[in-house]
Ligand binder design. Structure first.
Ligand SMILES: Cc1cc2nc3c(=O)[nH]c(=O)nc-3n(C[C@H](O)[C@H](O)[C@H](O)COP(=O)(O)O)c2cc1C
Length: 387
């Protein structure tokens, strides 16, 4: 892995050229993506549920905390690795599951998967990917990957997805349970944008023998009906703790629950057998007016007492955000929209660039705050005193 200063120096030494190449800030990636994408796909990524209050709250929560650095410390050797489920991971961040990447780039999920694999960044493949989990696995070789599941209503289909993920080398299952119904997304409604209906994002369903066996007509004959059937499977509004327990018992892989924002749910999840929790509100795309994830992280970590890992997403834009989340108890974080925009702008190269910049900035932030590993990062590194 390149060190932070080498990556930083690459920009200074490239002189004016750098300005013409890829963006650096989140805001510039977003701007470039807006220039490239049509309103449908751009709004699908940037938009949120309702008024967008939760999307903004997520970002604002990071501003409430400030980093309180210590100086004159030995930070010449930095280590930004973290260990999860007994595995050492080179960076404290994952690529969040983001569905339907084919609307952002022709290579779809293969582009972020390859970029992640090249850098050793773990990738969480969305259940609603356009490429199948086997195609993505092939593109990633032995690199670390998890599979995200929208738990289907049908247990036979659930079992099939779990088995396929195990066979294709995914090493954990992320069950997302904040999206059993699609949030009220004003921009998508205005744009009449629902790419699922034409078969985008259906890679895992349309390659599944159990799913195909339940269709009256194959997707080649009636793509809309097949896609609607897949969406109905995902609208699993009867999914409760019992169903979660079923999934935990059904797979040998660690299971993480994504979408937790209440400490009582964190405790219930743990009691029903999950191996990890992801504090997430889907980037504000599901429940408008919901609490920001960083605000609820400390109370969740407090009840979990380090028994299982607690990850966080929704609002991670820069290295400082990662440091703050880790200081407040996260074991690692997930990066969402930043890589979606980079994918739209420059495919695999774009995602690789964003990830390298996250690595560099996180290492620098750690060192400049007076820490050389995440083991030294705790709540003492941040304060709310001066807001
Ligand atoms: C365009 C888009 C598609 C997403 N698709 C999924 C998905 O298929 N499964 C899932 O669990 N979360 C999905 N998410 C949520 C992300 O995994 C993550 O929680 C969110 O992006 C974090 O918020 P942030 O991007 O504002 O940091 C999606 C998010 C976006 C922006």
């Amino acid at each position: 892995m390149k060190n932070s200063e080498d990556i930083q120096m690459k920009f200074y030494e490239s002189g004016d050229e750098a300005a013409k190449l890829l963006p650096i800030s989140f805001e510039d990636w977003e701007k470039r993506a807006k220039q490239i994408l049509g309103a449908g796909p751009f709004d699908y990524v940037s938009g949120a549920a309702g008024a967008g209050d939760t999307l903004r709250a997520n970002l604002k929560a990071f501003q409430k905390y400030q980093i309180r650095p210590r100086i004159c410390r030995e930070v010449s050797k930095r280590d930004i690795t973290v260990t999860l489920f007994g595995k050492k991971i080179p960076v404290p961040f994952f690529l969040a599951p983001i569905g339907i990447n084919s609307v952002l780039h022709p290579e779809a999920e293969l582009a972020p998967a390859k970029a992640a694999a090249k850098l050793g960044v773990p990738y969480i493949l969305s259940n609603v990917s356009t490429k199948s989990m086997e195609e993505v696995a092939e593109a990633m070789g032995d690199a670390l990957r998890w599979f995200q599941l929208y738990p289907p209503k049908d247990r036979e289909l659930t079992n099939s997805f779990l088995k396929r993920a195990e066979n294709a080398g995914y090493s954990a299952i992320v069950v997302t349970n904040d999206s059993t119904l699609l949030g009220w997304r004003e921009k998508d409604l205005q744009n009449a944008y629902m790419p699922f209906l034409s078969g985008e994002g259906m890679g895992n369903y349309f390659s599944d023998p159990v799913f195909l066996s339940k269709l009256e007509e194959p997707p080649e004959k009636n793509v809309k009906a097949a896609s609607k059937k897949a969406l109905e499977e995902g609208n699993n509004t009867s999914f409760t703790w019992k169903e979660l327990e079923y999934i935990c018992n059904q797979t040998s892989l660690p299971v993480l629950l994504k979408g937790v924002t209440h400490p009582d749910d964190a405790l219930l999840a743990s009691a029903h057998g999950v191996d990890g929790i992801i504090v997430s509100n889907n980037g504000g795309r599901q429940l408008d007016g919901a609490v920001a994830t960083l605000d609820v992280l400390p109370s969740i970590c407090q009840v979990i007492e380090n028994k299982i890992p607690v990850l966080l997403d929704s609002g991670i834009r820069r290295g400082a955000d990662i440091i703050k989340a880790m200081a407040l108890g996260a074991s690692a974080v997930l990066i969402g929209r930043p890589y979606a925009y980079a994918l739209a702008v420059a495919g695999e190269i774009g995602v690789k660039e964003v990830l390298e910049n996250f690595m560099a900035e996180t290492g620098l932030q750690l060192a400049i705050s007076g820490r050389s590993t995440f083991k030294e990062v705790d709540h003492l590194l941040v304060t709310e005193e001066f807001r």
